[in-house]
Design a binder for this molecule. Structure first.
Ligand code: FMN
Length: 225
């Protein structure tokens, strides 16, 4: 079947091909070894909705980078997670903390809905509760983090939401990973009537972010080996 080559699909195809070339090289450089775990955190109070789907798209792309990359989605929707307190409550964060302390953790992909052009309070609570990961040692230091934001408007504050989360994760010594054209900040996704499946552009930014995080985690693991 004849395929029409437009500027857009040419750039998309060329971009993915260029990324894939980089990935192949990264894969060749990376020694065989233990799994590199990339954990996705979906910070919408609505479980399984668009934020979780967008984070899953990024995770799927990260996993496809190399067989060593293993992924897990932690959907915070419906969980009870309070913000920081000097005496940490025994809530649902308790079960999540050990996963983030696992030495096999190679990177994070954090997703939030844009709520009034910023991160959700659930996302903020999650990040505050990550405080124990800063001491006695910086458990997340030098691990890549990519950020996904979903909004109901094309320009609804996704980039600002991403920036807020990136700024917070710098406090953990994480390496902030951006996206690629056309979304340099990270993954910027549009939800229309609670559905992102038609947002080809946004899903593409999620996939590119996932590849970038997976590739970086793999290269860092190769250097450590
Ligand atoms: C309190 C609240 C504030 C919101 N603010 C924005 C906003 O500033 N910009 C935007 O694009 N969408 C905004 N939205 C829409 C959500 O970002 C959008 O529906 C998103 O897909 C929700 O994620 P979820 O489906 O994972 O729950 C807002 C929604 C709520 C409930």
């Amino acid at each position: 079947m004849k395929q029409t080559v437009t500027r857009r699909n040419f750039l998309t195809t060329a971009g993915v091909a260029a990324l894939a070339t980089g990935l192949t090289q990264g894969a060749e450089e990376a020694p065989k070894g233990k799994p590199i775990k990339i954990i996705g955190i979906a910070c919408s109070p609505r479980r399984g909705m668009t934020t979780a789907k967008a984070v899953q798209a990024a995770l799927d792309a990260a996993k496809a980078v190399n067989p060593r990359v293993a992924v897990e989605l932690i959907d915070l929707g419906g969980l009870n997670i309070a913000g920081y307190s000097p005496k940490p409550p025994q809530d649902d964060f308790t079960a999540i903390l050990p996963k983030l302390q696992d030495p096999a953790l190679g990177g994070l992909i954090i997703g939030s809905p844009a709520y009034f052009r910023g991160m959700s309070s659930l996302c903020k609570a999650f990040i505050e509760r990550c405080a124990p990961l800063r001491e006695p040692k910086m458990a997340l230091a030098n691990k890549p983090v990519g950020v996904v934001a979903v909004g109901a408007f094309r320009n609804g504050g996704q980039e600002m939401t991403i920036e807020q989360i990136q700024a917070a994760m710098l406090c953990f010594g994480m390496l902030v990973i951006g996206g690629n054209a056309p979304a340099f900040q990270g993954a910027t996704v549009l939800s229309t009537k609670d559905d992102i499946s038609a947002d080809e552009l946004g899903l593409d930014t999620a996939r590119k972010l996932g590849i970038h995080v997976g590739e970086t985690a793999l290269r860092l693991a190769a250097k450590e080996a």
